[in-house]
Design a protein around this ligand. Structure first.
Ligand code: MG
Length: 247
């Protein structure tokens, strides 16, 4: 069931989204060779709690941390720990913040120092695919239009979208209906209505689309290729898509 949000609820969601967005921005400034993902997690939790919000991921399905940190061939759901970032790595950081009962969900992939041209292109493609998806989040369009827009960009770069994981509705819960795949057929799937709030989150692999999921939820590319992940929480409004996690 898709839960529509009224204007007041969307304002509350924008407040939550702002916390998540600001946290991700803060972390972007901390990513450097030598820092551990556990240190990033600690800074994220302090930041989110300091804003009066709750780290949404902590305890979700037993997840032990406040952010997901996924390095190189890790796609999503990496658990922060003692691993130190190295020059040339790419790290995807996913942040969830709950404020006044509403969730903001956002992610981005960052270069650690200087990275390969392939990594740069992969991040560019994934970010561009996200914004193509956001542009399609228009009243009267469908979820399939978003997926089509996302995958079209990714294909143009010669990369692949992960098919086993998708974006999702967001609200009082992090995962609501509808599912928002990163591929689709135009004009198919649920129709986008004003008041729908969705997380659009392309996960893009430099190699094949296949992934392996481990027991602790960590997802890696099957062929060991690099992966990138960008995400925003977006409201469908009469004035067009409104990105709630962009700061
Ligand atoms: Mg998400």
């Amino acid at each position: 069931m898709i839960i529509l949000k009224n204007e007041q609820e969307i304002e509350l969601m924008a407040n939550a989204g702002r916390v998540a967005g600001l946290c991700l921005k803060m972390l972007a400034g901390k990513v450097r060779p030598g820092i551990t993902t556990a240190e990033l997690d600690r800074m994220a939790e302090e930041f989110i709690r300091g804003m009066g919000a709750i780290p949404t991921f902590k305890g979700y399905m037993g997840f032990p941390a406040s952010i997901c940190t996924s390095i190189n061939d890790e796609v999503v759901h990496g658990t922060p720990g003692p691993r130190r970032l190295e020059e040339g790595d790419v790290i995807s950081i996913d942040v969830g913040a709950t404020l006044n009962g509403y969730v903001g969900d956002t992610a981005a992939t960052f270069p650690v120092g200087k990275v390969s041209p392939l990594a740069e292109r992969l991040m560019q493609a994934t970010r561009e695919a996200l914004y193509a998806g956001i542009a399609a989040a228009v009243e009267g369009n469908t979820v399939g239009d978003i997926g089509y827009a996302v995958e079209s960009v990714v294909r143009r770069y010669g990369f692949t979208v992960v098919r086993d994981y998708a974006g999702h509705g967001v609200g009082r819960n992090m995962h609501e209906d509808p599912s928002v795949p990163n591929f689709g057929i135009p004009g198919t799937g649920p129709v986008l209505r004003r008041g729908m709030v969705i997380a659009i989150e392309p996960m893009v692999n430099a190699g094949g689309h296949e992934v392996i999921t481990f027991k602790n939820m960590r997802v890696v590319t099957k062929d060991g290729s690099l992966s990138a992940h960008f995400e925003h929480t977006v409201a469908v409004t009469p004035d067009g898509p409104r990105c709630l996690t962009e700061v």
